[in-house]
Ligand binder design. Structure first.
Ligand code: HEM
Length: 262
């Protein structure tokens, strides 16, 4: 009954407003924080290909827990991708609440942002646009990784990027995620006053500089990484070796000396 009254009047029988919007805001912040920090780790791990193919192979095997399970288990990566997918969907659902529902609402928001001339208010439009794009781009990537976790590695990933045409999607996803992620983390700091210190205005200016540096850093790292996967993928396609399994150098040396792979 109280739900019915609140549904019609927007207030409970005790004349209180629901705390639900605040709770949903909290969930949005928490899931955003997890995803933002996850993406930093993700980009550093994926960029291991810039060091060497062997290094990327070792990182992949480490994430498959090869230190406990003989040869590693891709199932662990699928489970991690599923957990991230659930957090990703929850975050998107929370974000949807803030999108304008029709053209009139959009017009009001645009006029308000332009009129205020406030950079942070304008950032909201970037968040809405990149967030919307990630709905589709991020879902495709997460689903593929979740269902093909056994095909992650120096050759398998490169073949997916080049021969399976993932590179156009990755270019768009990389742009969306790097802008959305760093703006999101910056907004979290401002919203919850994490680094306010004694002079919140000065801290905000510093946070903005850090945000810009991080965006450039992760974009440069991301595009260099993508170029590396594309190059290996192209070489495999040219050599007609698409689909071959990567054999780490240590095993090749062992094979040459003993005649069999350990
Ligand atoms: C546990 C979850 C995830 C795993 C295991 C994972 C794994 C990977 C792997 C192995 C690659 C290299 C290319 C390939 O093999 O296809 C990659 C690239 C990429 N991933 Fe993820 N990913 C995950 C979640 C995400 C999420 C949530 C996003 C953003 C919404 C994302 C964005 C990207 C982007 C933009 C690239 C291209 C990066 C580049 O080449 O610079 N990933 N991911």
């Amino acid at each position: 009954m109280s739900d019915l009254i609140e549904g019609y009047l927007g207030k409970t029988v005790e004349r209180k407003k629901s705390r639900m919007p605040a709770k949903l805001d909290y969930i949005q912040s928490a899931t955003g924080l997890i995803l933002g920090l996850f993406m930093w780790g993700h980009m550093l791990l994926v960029s291991s290909i810039l060091v060497s193919k062997d290094f990327m192979y070792s990182v992949t095997k480490f994430l498959e827990a090869s230190f406990i399970i003989e040869g590693g288990s891709p199932l662990l990566v699928s489970i991690a991708a599923l957990v991230i997918f659930i957090i990703f969907i929850t975050h998107a659902a929370m974000g949807m609440r803030k999108l304008p529902g029709n053209f009139k609402q959009y017009q009001v928001m645009k006029a308000h942002a332009n009129n205020m001339g406030h950079e942070d208010t304008k950032l909201w439009f970037t968040q809405a646009f990149t967030g919307f794009a990630m709905f589709f781009l991020g879902s495709v990537h997460l689903y593929i990784i979740m269902t093909h976790s056994d095909a992650i590695g120096p050759y398998a990933s490169s073949d997916r990027v080049w021969s399976e045409w993932m590179w156009p999607l990755y270019i768009l996803l990389l742009l969306a995620v790097e802008f959305h992620g760093t703006i999101g983390l910056y907004r979290l700091c401002v919203k919850w006053g994490w680094f306010d210190g004694n002079d919140p205005k000065a801290s905000r200016a510093k946070l903005k500089t850090v945000k810009k540096i991080l965006t450039v850093f992760f974009l440069v790292l991301g595009f260099a990484t993508l170029a590396a996967y594309m190059k290996i993928g192209m070489e495999n396609a040219k050599a007609g070796t698409v689909g071959q399994k990567y054999v780490p150098t240590a095993q090749v040396i062992e094979y040459k000396t003993t005649g069999r792979i350990a």
